[in-house]
Every structure is written in structure tokens, then in C-alpha cells.
Design a protein around this ligand. Structure first.
Ligand code: PXL
Length: 275
């Protein structure tokens, strides 16, 4: 039957080196056995040394991408990545209200792991007031969570408090990633706060690697893929967390500096789960 296969949409920027952004999202959709589609809103000239230039696409072309997908496909879940500025955020919000693209996972991409700014400061209010209230799941890392909430996150209590603050912006479910436990340097702890107020921690070992480009993109894309396949939110987040940790554990040796995680390695996760 037409459109029965689970379809997922990424609304994001292209990263020319393939390690992050839309490219990482599409790799993730593929390994999670979903059909990936993309609305391109921006593009960066990036390599493993960093981001060297960035451009945004014309708003009418962005609108058109949404419109033609809505005309033909049944998107079951979506995610956002790099949105650069307030006009792009508003274009996404407008399309999301007009069309049915399923539950939305918002990865509030603000900077790269290496400090390049991907969302201009003037767009913070639009992120907080317009986009996050549409999110079924938001996936800030602890650094982004600090910027969104104005809190310092130095311990697990503060991480949990920040998640509550983010929920109060209208987000249903929140995962704050990447708190590198100061008392236990071998562990990274992610905190999950669900819509019903229940919560849990997801912990994985700290992998000492410079190959972590695309980590946040992969996690949020995997959550969207699992939602598209009908998983409940907590299960989607747990699977995405495992898949991402597996991909980090097995880096790919390309580029001279900060390289990609390994989506192929994470394919093995399919053997454990997901028939
Ligand atoms: O991983 C964050 C990210 C998102 N989107 C684009 C990027 C990056 C990081 O480099 O380039 C386009």
C-alpha cells in the first residue's frame, strides 16, 4: 500500500564532510530501517578541522520542499537540526502548523562540538518561544541546555532541574545529553524527563576519541526513526541512546582531526532488537 513504509523527515543543514547534519541524519534513518527525506535549510562548508563557511537557502524554496513532500508522502515523524536564524525557525514552525509531519524531535543545534556557532544569538527567543513548544522530544546537550535555561549545570541535580525548565517551555519530553560525570570520568550521563513527569538516567562509558561529529544528529534522528516505526517515546530514546553509543565506540578513520562516528557499527544493534 502507498506510504505504508515508515517515512521520516530531517529539516536541517548539510555538512559537506558527511560527518554531521543532514548526512548523519540520513545515515541514521537508513540503519534504523526507515525511509529518510530531507528539507534542506542551510549548508556548511565543513571538514574535520571545522566549519569554514555557511549559507542558508531561500525561504520560498524551503516552503516548496515542505509543500511537495506533504502533497505526496506520509511522514510519520520529523526532526530539526541546524536552523541558523529566526527566519528559518519561523519557516519551519509555519510548515509544521500547516502540514502533518508527525511528532517533532527538536535538536536545538546551537554550536558544533568545537565551538562554531550554528544558530545566531538573535534566534534564541524564536527557538524558545516558537519551535520548542512544538517539540514532542527536545534533545539539547548539557551546553545547549545551559544556554536555553540560563542555568549552570555542574551536577546531576542541576541537569534534572534544567530539563524541568525546558519542559516548562512547552516541550513534552526532554533528554539532556552528555553530562560528563566529574566524580566518575569514565561515564557520560544523559537525563530523560518524560511528559508524564517520570524520569530516568541513561549512562554509557566515556569513549576517549576525537571522532564524535554527528553524535547529536544521530541521537535525534534515531529517536524520530523509532517514533515513525511506532515505538513509545521512552523506548525510542533508549534505542537511540544505545545506537549512538555504539556508533561512537567504533569511529571511522577519515579526516585529519575531528572525525565521524560509525553508523555501520551501529547497524549491529538491529540484531539485538527490532525485527
Ligand atoms: O552536529 C551539529 C551539526 C548540525 N548540522 C550541521 C553541522 C553540524 C556540526 O558540524 O555541520 C550542518
Amino acid at each position: 500500500m502507498v506510504n505504508e513504509f515508515p517515512q521520516v523527515l530531517t529539516i536541517a543543514g548539510s555538512d559537506s564532510d558527511g560527518s554531521a547534519g543532514m548526512q548523519a541524519d540520513l545515515h541514521t534513518f537508513f540503519i534504523r530501517k526507515t525511509y529518510g527525506m530531507s528539507v534542506l535549510v542551510a549548508a556548511v562548508a565543513g571538514n574535520s578541522y571545522g566549519i569554514h563557511a555557511a549559507e542558508t537557502l531561500p525561504l520560498d524554496f524551503i516552503d516548496k520542499q515542505f509543500e511537495v513532500l506533504a502533497d505526496d508522502f506520509k511522514v510519520r515523524a520529523s526532526k530539526t537540526g541546524m536552523l541558523s536564524d529566526a527566519s528559518l525557525i519561523e519557516a519551519v514552525v509555519k510548515a509544521y502548523k500547516k502540514f502533518d509531519f508527525g511528532p517533532l524531535v527538536v535538536d536545538p543545534v546551537i554550536t558544533t562540538k568545537h565551538g562554531a556557532q550554528l544558530l545566531e544569538a538573535a534566534a534564541f527567543e524564536a527557538l524558545k518561544e516558537k519551535l520548542l513548544p512544538l517539540a514532542t522530544v527536545a534533545t539539547p546537550n548539557f551546553f545547549e541546555a545551559q544556554l536555553i535555561t540560563g542555568r549552570t549545570i555542574d551536577n546531576e541535580q542541576q541537569q534534572a532541574a534544567a530539563a524541568k525548565d525546558i519542559q516548562s517551555l512547552g516541550v513534552q519530553n526532554v533528554i539532556i545529553k552528555g553530562w560528563h560525570n566529574q566524580d566518575n570520568q569514565n561515564e557520560v550521563a544523559d537525563y530523560v524527563l518524560l511528559a508524564d513527569g517520570s524520569d530516568f538516567w541513561l549512562r554509557h562509558p566515556y569513549f576517549d576519541t576525537t571522532h564524535i561529529n554527528g553524535t547529536g544528529d544521530t541521537l535525534s534522528a534515531a529517536i524520530a526513526a523509532e517514533i515513525a516505526k511506532g515505538k513509545d517515546i521512552a523506548t525510542a530514546i533508549r534505542i537511540a541512546h544505545d545506537v549512538t553509543a555504539t556508533a561512537i565506540e567504533h569511529e571511522i578513520a577519515v579526516g585529519h582531526k575531528f572525525g565521524p562516528i560509525n553508523h555501520w557499527a551501529a547497524q549491529d544493534y538491529n540484531k539485538k532488537e527490532d525485527k
